[in-house]
Design a protein around this ligand. Structure first.
Ligand code: CMP
Length: 142
């Protein structure tokens, strides 16, 4: 089925100047960018977005990292977009990420890992709503 998923290019990858390279990987995988915005997250936004990880030992570091510079947030649309994006990203820990994936090529650690992608349909919906109003999403005519 055609799905949408929320993708974030994290501060480390924005700083490496590889937004275009990462967008190209999405497009080559059959994913279309149907909404996008660059912003620097406030503490409130970073904590809110990752609220599910509040009790984890890495939460504070995660929030500080996500606030450390601008991020690109985008909605990706396509057949099986959630799983396809996770495939293109590679494993959360770059040491375990398959060769040729975004994290294998650009991530430096499990915390500093270049990209985020929604992990399931329900979280995709919540995460898209966190950043975008319905009218900011431009579905691709097909
Ligand atoms: P992400 O997909 O953005 O969702 C939660 C993030 O928490 C994850 O990517 C990692 O960057 C981060 N994370 C997960 N586990 C750890 C960990 N053990 N140490 C630091 N950061 C982590």
């Amino acid at each position: 089925a055609v799905e949408r998923t929320l993708s974030i290019i994290k501060p480390d990858a924005v700083a490496k100047n590889v937004i275009g390279d990462i967008y190209s990987r999405f497009e080559k995988a059959g994913l279309s960018i149907v909404a996008a915005r660059m912003l620097q997250l406030s503490r409130e936004q970073a904590e809110g977005f990752y609220a599910v990880h509040k009790e984890r030992p890495f939460f504070k570091d995660l929030v500080e990292f996500m606030m450390s510079g601008p991020v690109m947030v985008q909605v990706l649309e396509g057949e099986n977009a959630i799983a396809k994006n996770r495939e293109v990203m590679g494993a959360t820990n770059p040491k375990e990420a398959a060769p040729g994936t975004i994290r294998a090529d650009f991530a430096s650690s499990i915390g500093t890992n270049a990209v985020h992608g929604s992990d399931a349909p329900e979280t995709a919906k919540q995460e898209i709503e966190f950043f975008f109003k319905p009218e900011e999403i431009c579905p691709r005519s097909r």
